[in-house]
Ligand binder design. Structure first.
Ligand code: SAH
Length: 291
């Protein structure tokens, strides 16, 4: 008797197969697909989501790291014309070069994926860039199934417990929408954590930071110790009294903590601080001249 070779989910690639019809439907709906869309799917796995995407889009490009799964996927979708599979690591693969001979799959305009949770941060950075090096002329939308705790942080509003440096970073780079919760039991094997679907639309917030590098540094420092007031977290960069003045000018309570400021207020603070530091430097220059 022949036994079918089944592939055991691999922990090191964070493999959890999404089985819930309801969750799969929600993800597809959130992507608002049209027949002209070219989709990038990160980690198609055994192809549950791929199967639903293929009939609704012009092209689906799957990037899967696991060689055994790639063989399975080729068996399953090898003959489907609008499917292309690249075996490799989404974090290091050079898509442009790999796709040189496949014009129909170049420049995907949407990302739809149930991502491996162990590399969520690097995937977000790969798709959106960073505050100092944003990538915004990329995708119309990015629909991701990820860890609920991370989804909550990405979509959090100011003054809420989940509002963190990740909220500021991602909301600076994209419009973020929480779509729905997905319980752990929707997967096999169930992950240790609950999950959620989010939609991101890459787009820089307005007004922008005049000095994005500095804004990045400021956000990192500001959230370093969440229980402390901002003026204490930032005292290495700007004197407490001076920061209180700047915050008052922005109509922000000088006793605020990092999570009390909206993303716009963070930008405003970074911009006003830049002017302050700049004039501070000038003062120093003058001082040396006098010396
Ligand atoms: N989309 C499938 C599988 C999700 S699990 C489903 O919904 O059922 C995450 C998938 O990402 C796995 O198939 C895993 O092999 C793949 N993966 C993990 N790390 C990867 C990486 N660095 N690059 C590309 N794919 C990766």
């Amino acid at each position: 008797m022949m036994t079918e070779i089944t592939i055991q989910p691999r922990k090191r690639f964070a493999q959890h197969w999404l089985l819930s019809e309801k969750a799969l439907k929600k993800i597809v709906q959130a992507a608002e697909l049209s027949q002209s869309d070219r989709i990038l799917e990160i980690g198609p796995g055994k192809g549950a989501l791929t199967d639903r995407l293929l009939p609704l889009a012009a092209a689906v490009l799957g990037v899967e790291i696991d060689r055994d799964l790639c063989q399975k996927l080729v068996k399953k979708f090898g003959r489907v014309e609008n499917f292309l599979l690249l075996q490799g690591d989404i974090l290091s693969l050079d898509l442009e070069t790999s796709l040189a001979q496949f014009p129909a799959f170049q420049n995907p305009n949407k990302v739809v994926a149930n991502i491996p949770y162990n590399i969520t941060g690097p995937i977000l950075e790969r798709l959106l860039g960073t505050i100092s090096q944003p990538l915004t002329d990329t995708y119309d939308s990015i629909v991701l199934l990820l860890q609920k705790e991370v989804a909550d942080r990405i979509c959090a509003r100011q003054n809420s417990k989940a509002f963190s440096s990740l909220s500021v970073k991602i909301q600076y780079l994209a419009k973020c929408e929480f779509i729905c919760d997905v319980p752990a039991k929707a997967f096999y094997p169930p992950p240790k954590v609950d999950s959620a679907v989010i939609r991101l639309r890459p787009q820089l917030i307005e007004p922008r930071a005049n000095n994005p590098k500095q804004m990045e540094m400021l956000v990192k420092l500001g959230f370093a110790s969440k229980r402390k007031m901002l003026r204490n977290n930032l005292k290495a960069v700007v004197e407490r009294d001076r920061l209180s003045e700047l915050l008052e000018k922005l109509r922000v309570n000088p006793q605020s903590r990092a999570e009390d400021l909206s993303v716009q207020e963070w930008v405003a603070l970074a911009n006003s601080l830049e002017q302050f530091l700049y004039s501070g430097n000038k003062v120093q220059e003058k001082a040396t001249e006098v010396d």
